[in-house]
Ligand binder design. Structure first.
Ligand code: ZN
Length: 240
């Protein structure tokens, strides 16, 4: 195998990959879909029970706020505990590097040996990366914990973005009532269109055809709303 060292790295010549982690877009789309499906179903349930009046608007508002807060709180707790765990493990690694640099160097050498480098090269790479203590810590953390210590996720950003994502989805079935709609028809149409769009957007991040993803999401969301509408209707008949 020959390596052309004089050829500069060029992103155009390099083959491209899908962004497999999805970055911020994936959780945002899933959060919005969550808000849409749950608030659509909630409003349908109230309309089924009591008709489309003030109750439906109030329920939709309460559903939006409660759902968005719950998503934000859950996301905050999840990311916070994850980063705390990572920080604790990074501290362990830092202590270990200070206490036993020889042993840590041997450990790093063994990692590169396991990756397929020969003993001599593995030792040289490990020694080179261990020269600077901060660099050594970053390398150990990346190799052993699989995280970038300079790029740990922020629980506040996670909480804020899931709040906004959920609210953005939840406002869709609520919007027609805010503009004075007196029936479920407009909310139904808007929600079904949004379900299809979100489903198609999620499918675009995978290898599935977009229209299949859109239709599937539409069917799931419509099913959820139909169930709550039916139950709401039964309940409304029983209660009144
Ligand atoms: Zn280590």
């Amino acid at each position: 195998m020959t390596i052309e060292l004089d050829r500069p790295y060029s992103p155009e010549r390099h083959h491209s990959h899908r962004d497999v982690t999805g970055g911020w877009l994936r959780p945002a789309v899933f959060g919005a879909m969550d808000g849409l499906v749950s608030n659509f179903a909630l409003i349908a349930g109230v309309v089924g029970a009591a008709g489309a009046g003030r109750g439906a608007v109030l329920a939709g508002f309460a559903g939006l706020i409660a759902g968005a807060c719950s998503m934000a709180a859950g996301e905050y707790t999840s990311v916070k505990s994850q980063t705390e765990l990572m920080r604790a493990e990074i501290a362990v690694e830092r202590r270990e590097l200070a206490r036993d640099p020889e042993g840590e160097l041997a450990e790093l050498t063994a990692i590169y040996r396991a990756r397929g480098l020969d003993a001599d090269l593995a030792a040289r790479v490990a020694a080179g990366l261990s020269a600077d203590p901060e660099q050594a810590l970053r390398v150990h953390v990346r190799e052993e914990l699989g995280v970038d210590p300079d790029d740990l996720p922020s629980p506040y950003v996670a909480a804020g973005s899931s709040f906004c994502a959920f609210a953005a989805g939840a406002v869709v079935p609520l919007a027609p009532f805010l503009f004075g709609a007196s029936g479920l028809a407009m909310a139904l149409v808007l929600s079904l269109v949004a379900l299809f769009v979100f489903g198609a957007a999620v499918a675009r991040m995978t290898a599935r055809p977009w229209w299949l993803g859109g239709l599937r999401q539409l069917a799931l969301g419509a099913g959820a709303a139909a169930v709550t509408f039916g139950l709401g209707h039964l309940l409304g008949v029983t209660v009144s």
